[in-house]
Design a protein around this ligand. Sequence first.
Ligand code: BGC
Length: 739
Amino acid sequence: MKMVFSFLIPLSVAAIFGARLRAQPAVAAYKDPSLDIERRVKDLLERMTPQEKAAMLSGSGWMESQPNARLGIPAIKMADGPMGVRNWRGPSAVTNAASTAPVTATAFPAGIGMAASWDLELVASAARVIAQGVKALGRDMILGPTVNINRVPLWGRNFEGYGEDPYLAARMGVAYIKAVQNEGVIPSVKHFAANNEEYERHRIDEKIDERTLHEIYFPAFKAAVEEAGVWAVMSAYNKLNGEWCAEDPYLLTETLRKRWGFRGFVISDWGSTYSTEGTINAGMDLEMPGGEPMRIWAKKPETKRDGNGAGWLTADKVLAAVSAGRVTQEAVDEGVRRILRVMFTAGLFDHAHAGGGEVDTAEQRQVARTAANESIVLLKNAGVLPLRAESARKIAVIGPSAALARTGGGGSSLVRPKYAIAALAGILAAMKEAAGSGADVGYALGAAMEGEDAGKPPRELREEAVALARKSDVAVVVVGYSPKLEGEGFDRKSMDLPAGQDELIEAVAGANKNTIVVIAAGAPVTMTRWIAQVPAVVYAWYGGQEAGHAIGDVLFGAVNPSGKLPVTFPKALQDSPAYGHYPGENLHVEYAEGIYVGYRGFDKHDVEPLFPFGHGLSYTTFDYSQLKVSPGRIVAGKTVSVSVTVRNSGTRAGAEVVQLYLQPPPSRVDRPVKELKGFGRIMLQPGETRTVSFELDKAAMSFYDSAVHDWVAEPGRFTVLVGASSRDIRAKGGVELAR
Ligand code: BGC
């Protein structure tokens, strides 16, 4: 019996062990796609050594995070954006070097042009195909969208963002982010926060009050987190109220994580860190760039001259900070956890983006063309547009941006497309379409863009243009800026057109009364010298690779323009609300205009802009009627519905962007005259009528109260203003916010 027992015991032990061995999963939990993401993250984190964890807090190269071969953690492979997939080979100097094989991809209009479309579906389509391009090129992450607000017309990067209004920027950013994440690609909403000037961008210290941050500079980031659940946020270069953005706990922990509930990771802007513990303890997770490329770059005199900071989160420095008790191991673990969480969410462990796919497909080109069409804003039209082939038999196309496609502004967002249609080519194509073989298009440079050699003196160039304009039925002068004059890393010197382009327009307008000015730039330019002398002005922004086709189609009416300004155009720089508080002194700038940025400032001080926020003409007309607000009283937790009927009362099909502004009742705090709270873009056939509806909630009526550090809504009667621009209100109503 005993023997049997003793025999039985080892048997049952073996059985238990056997069962345990069999229960051991074939693959580690973190490799199992069927498991919950938090479980996978936890499992992987437990397997990592302190050295391996520390290594993950900085990049391994210019555009890659740190991989781990032992555990099979892939690198996150990044590419710049947001207007397409930009080369990732290295800093601009390397990327743009003649010896570097260019990575070509579809170039979409710059963010400001996308914002001018006010078309969220379009933004989502562009973002979707950009993300598909990212994957086709074997990358995992796109460094965009840019949602910084246009505070001053001179900011070199105005073209990258979505304009001056926080609500519009938020809607655009959310549409972009959701579409990118839907493709399993990691976006990076940037630059958090208040990167609104390039002047001394690594050293400038901005003084911005709490209310202004929450009402103007934060909302697009807040919406990115709360509505789109964005996976990554890029911190900004500048200092904010005395702290570098990459080591500001108020920004990265209190606001982003505690207040808004951000669960992804924060990535530094390239070379924006200045300490180890300050950065980690503030909540910054991944320092870029890293590895050898970072070390080589950090040593360069220009890196030091510019004030870049780098190399603070290398594994040795992180480990030393932990040993010295300046950073806890938990803080390091938390950073790694956030990075891994996003990698699992994006599926990088389960299906790598191997690349090798097709880029710049026919579909992607079509989206780029639609985007260019919708981005164009017709600012002025005294009846000359659209051109008719019968009366515009001979066209003079003139200007430094006529034959050269200016697809984007300068810097990290500039995409190299496989082809790009310049205005001249687009006008020729559109004219051929309209007039057949009778198309007669002449070209003259007219003025050389600053930094571009024409081989002839300015006067001669201008005279050639004038002679051509004189013998033509119509003159189209295509002017603007170039990536060397408007781009990242520097601000524009002035709001005026550079390189004698004002004189060129005046001279051509003097020779031909049918002079149409087309502007390719990223921000407002001064037009007062010549605007009264020309019958039409078209704003084309930087329209990506299809810009020329869009310009031609708008001029000849194949496309009815529908873009609306996402930024106020002042008559002169001096009228801009931030004038006098830019670029600052001794590396300090005070945002003294507070919340009165853009149209909020023009309204408050009753300054007449050249063209107001939301302005844009069409070749048809729209009538607004029957504004309904229901119910007329709003209580907490409920919404009111606003509807308006819009009719195309002209003879052409066209799209209208219907805008809703709210005007608050008298308040205990100073509030803007009105603020954008809704918009809708509708396409209408001639004679067609449609109803556009909006939802308003209590949040739309709130302001940020610094006394309680929160949003507050005061009861009272708000005026609902619906119109075709911020200064073209067509219907009014009211809504009562209940106590
Ligand atoms: C820019 C970022 C960009 C990064 C990587 C920085 O200089 O500010 O927007 O994504 O470089 O190229």
